[in-house]
Ligand binder design. Structure first.
Ligand code: ADP
Length: 258
């Protein structure tokens, strides 16, 4: 199947400091790839390059077969939606207003949203289980509710690929479960997902593939079984863990060893 995302020889610097070095990755349509690795290893920077927030020093990024370099941010936003780590919600927009903003890349400059946009926003909110929150001010929602609204906004963009940066950060375990189950459903429906995840057990449980990064370089890419190994964890995170196999799913999970 044609890849939805291909990254070739990507290097990124801040000032003169190399943060991403010669990364290569390919994501198949409808797949869920999790990026894992220590803080400061360039994960957010990679997502920012794919969404054209920053310009790489070298390399080419193809989305759905097209080099993104000549594309406007707006036309890229019709294919790629981003759920950033921290979403600004300083104003008290309602949840529905926030989701409707996801339609912006599809509207011409002076066009306002119409009935079709409303229907798409409603579908997105129903998919993300937050339609009942539509009239609530976004800044009064709980962390998990707010995250579902932000994901609905991304879905209202009707993207082919969604990038998420630690989508379960600051959420309690029940809310984490809800968000990850939502991503699993979206992936099963054909949406391609690239997510930075900080919890290795969650990444191994939900993603099709894991990409392990350290100091701006890809250390390994593969199935959860291939990536979540005692050696890899020691090499990349510098800690000793025991990797066990989930009795029902066969997926690997780590336990700490003292
Ligand atoms: P991760 O997402 O893996 O935690 P980041 O991509 O956020 O890593 O950061 C990679 C490195 O780049 C870190 O050392 C970070 O301090 C640095 N960095 C991130 N953003 C900037 C910036 N705007 N200016 C300079 N350095 C930055």
């Amino acid at each position: 199947m044609k890849p939805i995302l291909e990254v070739k020889d990507l290097s990124i610097e801040y000032g003169n400091r190399s943060v991403v070095s010669q990364m290569e990755l390919s994501l198949k349509n409808g797949n869920f790839l999790a990026i894992v690795g220590p803080n400061g290893s360039g994960k957010t920077t990679l997502l920012r390059a794919i969404s054209k927030v920053l310009k790489p020093k070298t390399g080419v990024i193809y989305v759905d077969g097209s080099d993104i370099a000549p594309l406007s941010r707006r036309s890229l936003a019709r294919k790629v939606a981003v759920v950033p780590q921290e979403s600004l919600t300083a104003f008290s927009f309602t949840a529905l207003q926030v989701v409707m903003m996801g339609r912006t890349p599809h509207l011409s400059r002076w066009q306002t949203e119409g009935a079709l946009d409303y229907d798409i926003a409603k579908d997105a909110m129903q998919m993300a289980n937050c339609w009942h929150l539509r009239d609530r001010p976004i800044n009064e929602l709980s962390g998990g509710e707010k995250q579902r609204v932000i994901i609905a906004q991304a879905l209202a963009q009707e993207p082919k690929l969604i990038l998420l940066d630690e989508p379960t950060l600051h959420l309690d375990i029940g809310q984490q479960f809800e968000i990850m189950e939502l991503l699993k459903r979206l992936s099963a429906d054909g949406l391609s997902i690239l997510a930075v995840l900080h919890d290795l057990n969650i990444a191994a449980y939900y993603a099709d593939h894991l990409m392990l990064v350290k100091e701006g370089r890809i250390e390994a890419v593969g199935s959860p079984q291939e990536i979540v190994t005692e050696n890899n964890i020691r090499r990349v995170f510098g800690i000793t863990v025991e990797v066990k196999k989930h009795s029902l799913t066969g997926k690997p999970y780590i336990v700490f060893v003292v």
